[in-house]
Design a binder for this molecule. Structure first.
Ligand code: ZN
Length: 197
């Protein structure tokens, strides 16, 4: 719901900003799910959208009493995206924001330091993204790169299925794909071609 509402509000900038949604990105063995990612004027905007309702408290930049602090998660996602871009030579600034889209939320202890936007701040924020500029070829290149980095979910969701009765453990010969047998204390030997490893 939050994401749909957010899409409606993003309508005003639909033409001028490259928008990517629901990306699963990975860098350095860590993965993150990104709700919404905008690219314009050589800058990447990473948006995490929450439809939370109720009262919450923030102390020292952390949500009190939540095992998974959304601010910590946002920072983690930002770091992953930054690493990914840098690793492939994109010198691009990443701005991350946590959007609370439900008006029925109270955030006690919220300061200007937190990268948080409340419902009434979202539309003005979208208006300010890229300071009104339109995307160009460089933005498109960044967007296409990030889209290419998207990891299909099932790569992690479906583990390899195998039947222990039909597999054997051991080291195979790289040439014959046959299981190697012990040769001496330090080496294995292929029974077919005699290669030692
Ligand atoms: Zn062999």
């Amino acid at each position: 719901m939050g994401e749909c509402l957010c899409d409606e509000m993003a309508e005003s900038m639909a033409e001028r900003v490259i928008q990517l949604r629901d990306l699963l990105l990975a860098s350095g063995g860590r993965t993150c799910q990104v709700d919404s990612l905008l690219v314009v004027a050589g800058k990447v905007y990473l948006l995490e959208i929450k439809n939370w309702e109720g009262s919450f408290e923030i102390v020292d930049g952390r949500f009190v009493g939540l095992s998974a602090c959304p601010l910590a998660q946002l920072q983690r996602s930002k770091t992953i995206v930054e690493h990914l871009l840098r690793r492939y030579g994109f010198r691009v600034e990443v701005e991350a924001r946590l959007l609370f889209i439900n008006p029925k939320i109270s955030l006690y202890g919220l300061t200007r330091q937190e990268p948080v936007l409340l419902r009434h701040q979202v539309e003005p924020y979208f208006g300010s993204v890229g300071e009104g500029s339109f995307w160009d070829q460089w933005d498109r290149k960044i967007g296409e790169f990030l889209l290419q980095q998207h990891v299909p979910e099932n790569r992690f969701a479906n583990p390899v299925v195998y039947d222990p009765g039909t597999v054997q453990c051991g080291v195979m010969c790289s040439g014959c794909r046959v299981r190697m047998r012990p040769y001496d204390l330090l080496r294995l030997e292929c029974p077919t071609c005699g290669t030692k490893e």
